[in-house]
Design a protein around this ligand. Structure first.
Ligand SMILES: [Zn+2]
Length: 144
């Protein structure tokens, strides 16, 4: 769809793409730098509109990103969200949350309650990005 931002562009810093999905890191949420999106490449609005095998493949990618965020960043929680009210193109937000982040324990979209220095977290992300790309490439290799 030509008016859909996730059909027109990657939707963030592209870390991995195959014929089915892609992984990006979201760059416009400075309070939450460890914010990733798993995005279906084609335009589908609702999760249940995917065949079962594709639902599984998408959620395996989401679980892989969550697992690596937990292992590499030791967050208080990883938030998963699929809303699509503004952009009805299937994508999952995978967000590492920390007890001292700007909104915790509220959702990242809530009003900020505090400020957090994210310098160290930001410094860790390029290595994590490479790891995520490699893991998803491995996953894609298994599913072919
Ligand atoms: Zn789209």
């Amino acid at each position: 769809m030509s008016d859909c931002p996730l059909c027109r562009s990657d939707g963030g810093l592209l870390l991995f793409r195959d014929d089915f999905l892609r992984l990006v890191r979201v760059l416009d949420t400075p309070d939450h730098p460890a914010f990733y999106r798993v995005i279906l490449n084609r335009h589908v609005a609702e999760f249940s509109q995917l065949p079962a095998g594709e639902r599984l493949r998408l959620m395996e990618a989401v679980a892989t990103v969550e697992r690596l965020l937990l292992a590499e960043l030791s967050p208080a929680k990883v938030n998963l969200a699929s809303l699509g009210n503004v952009v009805p193109h299937l994508h999952w937000h995978v967000i590492a949350r920390f007890a001292d982040d700007a909104q915790f324990p509220a959702p990242i979209w809530a009003t900020a309650q505090r400020q957090r220095d994210t310098t160290a977290l930001c410094a860790a992300l390029p290595a994590l990005d490479r790891l995520l790309g490699a893991e998803l490439a491995g996953l894609a290799g298994q599913s072919v």
